[in-house]
Write a protein of this length. Structure first.
Length: 211
């Protein structure tokens, strides 16, 4: 059975083992990227990305960048994840504002994480300005991903947080992000609830109540 056939085996464990072994085999970039676009198992996809990082970077980067523009959502998401693991600074420009605002939550979440890893120092404030426009979006996991990305940019996000936004969801998410920035070990779910209480009662009243 060829390496390509092993990557498409019916059993996820077999595909995982195949991804582990083909990383050191030459000429596998295209096959790995093709499998990334269709692989249903999260752990196998992560191993495919690891295998891509074992291929020669000068052969890998251009092909991964092409996948960022793919019509297949999973291919775009996995390519962004791979860029974050390759860590090549020049690939920052591939993470466009459109990707950061992508309506597909998984693509957006992956773009946020990759952007924080790859953004050069001079671009981080601009990145934060785009990311804060997404506050209030999605379910708890989407909001946690965004807050972690923002916190990864450091204190520069604090003046950008829309704490007085007319949108209550964005306002509460901004407050929860502010709390997470001050205490990275805080439980995010609790912080969201606390942010809602602060938003409705005011910080002084919350402190008085010990809520």
């Amino acid at each position: 059975m060829s390496a390509v056939e092993r990557l498409a085996a019916g059993n996820a464990s077999a595909r995982l083992r195949a991804a582990m072994t083909v990383g050191s085999e030459p000429g596998m970039v295209e096959a790995l990227l093709e499998r990334c676009a269709v692989e249903p198992d999260f752990f196998v996809r992560d191993m495919l990305t690891w295998a891509l990082t074992r291929q020669p970077v000068e052969l890998t980067v251009s092909k991964v960048l092409a996948e960022v523009r793919s019509d297949v959502p999973q291919a775009r998401s996995q390519a962004l994840h791979t860029l974050s693991k390759l860590g090549v600074p020049d690939t920052w420009s591939a993470i466009t504002p459109e990707l950061l605002r992508d309506p597909d939550d998984e693509i957006a979440r992956t773009a946020w994480r990759a952007a924080v890893v790859l953004a050069p120092e001079g671009e981080r404030a601009g990145l934060a300005a785009v990311l804060v426009t997404q506050l209030g979006r999605g379910d708890r996991m989407v909001q946690l991903s965004l807050s972690r990305a923002l916190v990864g940019l450091g204190d520069l996000i604090e003046p950008l947080l829309p704490l007085t936004s007319p949108d209550p969801a964005a306002r509460a998410h901004a407050r929860a992000t502010e709390l997470l920035l001050r205490d990275p070990d805080a439980a995010f779910a609790l912080d969201v609830e606390r942010a809602k209480r602060v938003d409705s009662l005011g910080p002084q009243r919350v402190a008085e109540l010990g809520a």
